[in-house]
Design a binder for this molecule. Structure first.
Ligand SMILES: *Cc1c(COP(=O)(O)O)cnc(C)c1O
Length: 385
């Protein structure tokens, strides 16, 4: 058993990241300075999108995207239950109604067939989530959106650097949102980004990030002098600081290295677990190249004498920082108490009862990876029927 606790995810910061931050601290601009535009430009270029808007966190990115999409009271937005609550909460922030469409049992991503079943004349948008970093079936999601005139907001908090067919996630749909929380691929402490190819949406996102205020003469109704600005909409202060943007830029330069290491760790796990009777490794579609934010194993409970809880607790005792992603969003008390008590997504609920997320982050050593493999094998073999 390991001496020390291995978390499921963690940042990787070097001296040059720290120096980038210190440089901003010594400069004139801590916020709303040049590093924001620099980070946005570099990020947009990376994912091959026309525009990028840096924002205070991934949840604010989703909120801004829902706002720019025009979501309001009476509108329905279809998303997956197997996600972090923020994907659905962003719809509620705008007064809209999240509608949950069940996942595909093989990929764990939202199932386009289920999306179609949930469409009504109130449906306004779809929020597919690239769970664990494996891209959703974007061709089919795009076809549905076109057919019913819906906007698509990809929640790519897990999917920086993930590829769908020949494109990087971030340039495909109307808007794509990212998170730079420390467990994600690159970090700014807290932070997020929205990418889009649509200039009108881009302008909305900029306004929303900063109180709905503009100094752009082309947008203002009046101009009374050099001091003048106008609040055109009700926005928020969701700005990212230049301190964070500098860290983001520095981290972005290492993203390819981080991705390569995540993919390597995932491949090592999948190879090590391939003949285990009570463990199902993550199925990967040929159309995608996952960014491997998470490595989620599914337990073959029929082959075990115990449940998921016991396996989870025994792995924790081995000092392996396991986790469960996710509790189906509508099962949370807030949703249960606010109209979702009758929602049932069978595949999502079944999956929730059988999954465990194993540690995966670029700074893991080969020994860390072997420790996880040994502990998983030991715990499962001990509990096999
Ligand atoms: C992390 C995450 C978010 C929220 O990002 P924050 O930066 O923590 O606000 C949203 N959706 C998913 C799927 C996430 O994993």
């Amino acid at each position: 058993m390991r001496e020390n606790y291995l978390p499921y995810g963690k940042q990787w910061l070097d001296e040059d990241d720290i120096n980038a931050v210190v440089e901003v601290l010594k400069s004139d601009y801590l916020t709303t300075g040049p590093k924001i535009a620099e980070f946005e430009k570099a990020f947009a270029q990376y994912v091959n999108a026309k525009f990028a808007v840096a924002i205070s966190n991934g949840t604010a990115a989703l909120h801004a995207a829902c706002y720019a999409a025009g979501i309001q009271a009476g509108d329905e937005v279809i998303t997956t239950p197997i996600t972090f609550a923020a994907s659905a909460n962003a719809v509620l922030y705008c007064g809209g109604t999240p509608i949950f469409a069940d996942i595909d049992a093989a990929t764990y991503n939202i199932d386009p067939v289920e999306i179609r079943k949930k469409i009504t004349d109130r449906t306004k948008a779809i929020i597919p989530v690239h769970f664990t970093g494996q891209p959703c079936d974007m061709d089919e999601v795009g076809r549905i959106a076109k057919e019913y005139n819906l906007l698509v907001i990809e929640d790519a908090a897990h999917a920086v650097g993930a590829e769908y067919k020949d494109r990087l996630i971030g340039c495909i749909s109307d808007m794509t949102t990212f998170s730079f929380h420390p467990v994600k691929h690159i970090t700014t402490g807290e932070g997020g980004m929205i990418t889009t190819n649509n200039e009108a949406l881009y302008q909305k996102l900029l306004l929303f990030r900063s109180h709905g205020i503009t100094r752009d003469k082309n947008l203002m109704l009046d101009c009374q002098g050099p001091w003048y600005y106008e609040q055109l909409e009700l926005g928020y202060n969701y700005r990212m600081t230049d301190i964070q943007a500098a860290l983001g830029l520095s981290q972005l330069s290492k993203l390819d290295k981080f991705l390569q290491r995540r993919r390597e760790i995932a491949a090592t796990y999948t190879e090590a677990f391939k003949d285990m009777a009570a463990l199902i490794t993550p199925f990967q579609q040929d159309s995608g190249n996952s960014s491997w934010h998470l490595y989620v194993i599914q337990l073959g409970l029929e082959k075990l004498r115990c449940g998921r809880k016991e396996v989870f607790e025994e792995l924790l005792q081995e000092n392996i920082g396991v986790n469960v992603h996710y509790i189906p969003v509508y099962k949370h008390p807030y949703y249960q108490q606010n109209g979702y008590q009758d929602v049932q997504c069978g595949h999502s609920e079944r999956l929730y009862n059988r999954i465990i997320s194993l540690p995966i982050f670029p700074k893991m050593t080969d020994q860390d990876v072997q420790d996880v493999i040994e502990s998983v094998k030991k715990v499962l073999e001990r509990n096999e029927q």
